[in-house]
Design a protein around this ligand. Structure first.
Ligand code: HEM
Length: 361
């Protein structure tokens, strides 16, 4: 099977909640079950450190101590604080600079989509949002990779542990510099309301959650447009999100004995919600395996739902729309992504492309 065939292979049909040895977790895949689990934060907590049955080897990971992993009331306090600075207006204000960076990268580039375009574009956007120097771009990428990979069994590996602590120390010192000499962006406002460790955990979370996800959305859009070249622009980003979600699933931990559609889960159970499979649920989506940018509504779950719904969804969608427009201008006509330049890691939870080239046919 070619890389592209594997990328576009149909995910298993949604079914009842069941235990999966590979993830050591209960997996929910029906749209209604995923929605319910993500919405019921009382029974399904995001706080692994408090509710996980086993101690997490990755407990030092700042993402586990910040917004996505907190329950109310602290979650609400922190979310309100970030929402005050991360406004739709702040996101709209970034649009011209995103467009300018996109054009510049394409003018300089050779058609390499990941390292030459999508990744530096999302780094530059996050750097602008936070007020970090764009020259730290390659450090940014290294930090996000190290931190995102420091999860599950990986966190027990001494080599990864050393790299993780080294990269966190670098990121911490970069943030100290930004706080001492602010150059615009959100960090000064956040620093005024948080202590240093909370600020560090939050900013790290924004970097980690904002970079790879949006990079993936952009290259997924490139792949979808190669396969479905007639797709109209309005609705395109939402359908790419549904069809190839950048985040394949997210976890919760039961706080009590709880029933999901007839299956009883014990307290402390790890529950993986499969966004990828829920997005193809025939109960909710007509012809779920067809790529149809005209779907309206398109209630995909790619940004989650409930209190933890993605804080950066507007920013991500804006970047993807701007990126696609710039790519269409730079590569008019039919696109081709050659198989020989495509390097990807495909797992049951997601797709990670390291190299991808785009040419006009
Ligand atoms: C295509 C791009 C993106 C996708 C697919 C995505 C996906 C998600 C998902 C699925 C969640 C919910 C996680 C859960 O419930 O466990 C989430 C939450 C979050 N996302 Fe995004 N995200 C994207 C871009 C961004 C960006 C650009 C930022 C910030 C710069 C961001 C920041 C966050 C934060 C802070 C949360 C946690 C919110 C909370 O717990 O209240 N995301 N994202």
């Amino acid at each position: 099977m070619s890389v592209k065939q594997r990328i576009f292979a149909r995910p298993p049909a949604p079914g009842p909640v069941e235990f999966d040895e590979r993830f050591e977790a209960w997996v929910a895949s029906r749209h209604a079950d995923v929605r319910r689990i993500l919405s019921d934060h009382g029974a399904f907590s995001s706080d692994e450190l408090t509710h996980g049955a086993h101690p997490a080897p990755h407990h030092d990971n700042p993402v586990l101590r910040s917004l996505p992993s907190l329950d109310p009331p602290r979650h609400h306090e922190l979310r309100r604080l970030v929402a005050r600075v991360f406004t739709p207006r702040a996101v709209s204000a970034l649009r011209p600079s995103i467009a300018e960076t996109a054009r510049k990268l394409l003018a300089e580039g050779s058609g390499e989509v990941v390292d030459g375009f999508a990744s530096p574009l999302t780094v530059a956007t996050l750097a602008g949002l936070l007020g970090i120097s764009p020259e730290r771009g390659s450090d940014f990428v290294r930090w996000t990779v190290t931190i995102s990979e420091f999860a599950g069994a990986n966190a027990a590996d001494p080599v990864r542990q050393a790299r993780f602590h080294q990269d966190l120390a670098e990121l911490r010192s970069c943030l100290r510099e930004v706080v001492a000499k602010p150059r615009g962006g959100m960090i000064p406002d956040l620093a005024a309301a948080l202590d240093e460790s909370e600020l560090f955990d939050l900013v790290t979370t924004l970097i980690v959650m904002g970079h790879e996800t949006t990079t993936r959305l952009i290259y997924h859009a490139v792949l979808c447009l190669e396969r479905f070249p007639a797709a109209p622009t309005p609705g395109l980003v939402e359908e790419v999100l549904r069809y190839l979600p950048p985040v394949g699933g997210t976890e919760r931990f039961t706080t009590t004995r709880v029933d999901v559609d007839g299956v009883t889960l014990p307290p402390g159970a790890r529950v993986m919600t499969s966004i990828r499979r829920a997005n193809r649920d025939p109960v909710v989506f007509a012809a779920p395996d067809a790529f149809d940018a005209t779907r309206d509504p398109n209630p995909h779950l790619s940004f989650g739902t409930g209190i933890h719904v993605c804080l950066g969804l507007r920013l991500a969608a804006t970047q993807a729309a701007v990126a696609i427009r710039a790519l269409r201008e730079a590569f008019p006509g039919r696109w081709h992504v050659p198989e020989d330049g495509l390097q990807a890691t495909i797992s049951p939870v997601g797709l990670d492309i390291q190299r991808m080239r785009l040419i006009t046919r």
